[in-house]
Design a protein around this ligand. Sequence first.
Ligand code: VG1
Ligand code: CO
Length: 543
Amino acid sequence: MTITTHQTTPYAGQKPGTSGLRKKVRVFAQPGYAENFIQAVFDVVEREAGSTLVIGGDGRYHNRTVIQQAIRMAAANGYGQVLVGQGGILSTPAASNVIRRYKASGGLILSASHNPGGPDEDFGIKYNIANGGPAPEGVTEAIYARTQTIDRWLAVDAADIDLDTCGSVDVGGCQVSVIDPVADYADLMETLFDFAAIRAAVADGLTMAFDAMHAVTGPYATEILEKRLGFAPGTVRHGVPLEDFGGHHPDPNMVHAKALFDTMFDPDAPDFGAASDGDGDRNLIVGKGRFITPSDSLAMLAANAHLAPGYARGLAGIARSMPTSAAADRVAEALGIPYYETPTGWKFFGNLLDAGMATICGEESAGTGSDHVREKDGLWAVLLWLNILAVRKISVDELAREHWAKYGRNYYARHDYEGLPTEQADALMAALNGKLASLPGQSFGPLTVATADSFSYLDPVDGSTSANQGLRVLFEGGSRIVFRLSGTGTEGATLRVYLERYEPADGYLDRDTGEMLADLIAAADAVAGIVAHTGRTAPDVIT
Ligand code: VG1
Ligand code: CO
């Protein structure tokens, strides 16, 4: 088959952010835009001739168009085999699993994750390496550099394949196999968790609601929760993936998954509630009348993970992103295992997981996962919770109270200021950065600054350094405010302000989070001049 060399010129700004390249669909739909980026990936990533490439996405608008083109390009760039999820669907953790299981050299994950979808919304492309995890910074920087000099992309002249029927076809000498996106993943989950115990609890009356948010986890959750575990039909809500996620943001938090919250705070609530995001790597956990912050969920899962067969041998270590609360650190200390603090973004966990230094990882943004794949994994977290609840026969609320009574409680919230003019956000961060050195000793209301710095990470495995990963203001007594700019948005800048207050086990364990954080919220504005810089008097989203 003929390989055509398409002449092209670089597009500015094809720099991967926290998790791949994310832009508006109309940007991605420009002639050669997606092709330039994909060719840049193929030009720089290491692989042997005839390697396997995995392709899958979260089903959002533009997914199929890019997949068909990526298949033609993979064939022209010497891949011997492409594995693509049926319907173009692969959740991010399932894609990670397929890469590992079939020893692929890497994969393209087409997703903008929690960002909205549709013709006027967002699209994204992320490259994962052979360990199944997001490409580390060295690789994403090389890809970006290549996008700036690219002058051609290659594709075989072949028609679109049938993405909806499982089976193999030859595309220009490359074997393209459309695979069941769910089966391998569901089988992996059965090896990690005590499905029999969960099934028994369900038979005993355990009920749940899972909101798939019209995103990628619908088919996975239906297969695992309803078919394999026996939860009642209808347990999975919004289970059909839609190109525009039904017009909502597929972001599982109190704002965008409000319907689930309303269900769980109703007197007739089921025992357990959960949701996942666009690409299935995030999780929301809410018990009957009890929201569990992602940071607490990481800590509670780590403290109880040994109750699941996959973790019965114990944990090697726990890793969390820097803005994630220190709740998990206390569990690690109690277990006598090391803990690690990494920059935001799952790519920083890969080395720790590969080296066997950490078993469980988590982020405050509702990402939790383990060494079973190299991505965060929404349904994995849901199943670990179910496993723990089934074995311990207690409610989410009881488990949370017991945890806090032992370890103390890290009250936590994140305030997001979205769609800020980039100059304003940059000016705020620059001004704060400039005064960090003068902050120690200064008081803001009842809070006195102990230390303040710009977070820099030294990877203990490969020795690489990642600087400027967020500004930290730490107060005496363990409270903390972190400021950083989002690296996943597609319009303007988003300022994230992370607020954390620690209450020891003999402190106030059952207070309202907003009240407990009020002094920190006031301090955040006093320290960073949020109102002065942005004119915003309140955040757009509180999670
Ligand atoms: C956000 C979260 C971060 C997460 C990233 C990708 O990044 O804060 O914790 O890893 O999204 O998640 P940022 O740079 O916007 O703060 V996903 O589920 O959107 O791939
Ligand atoms: Co996601």
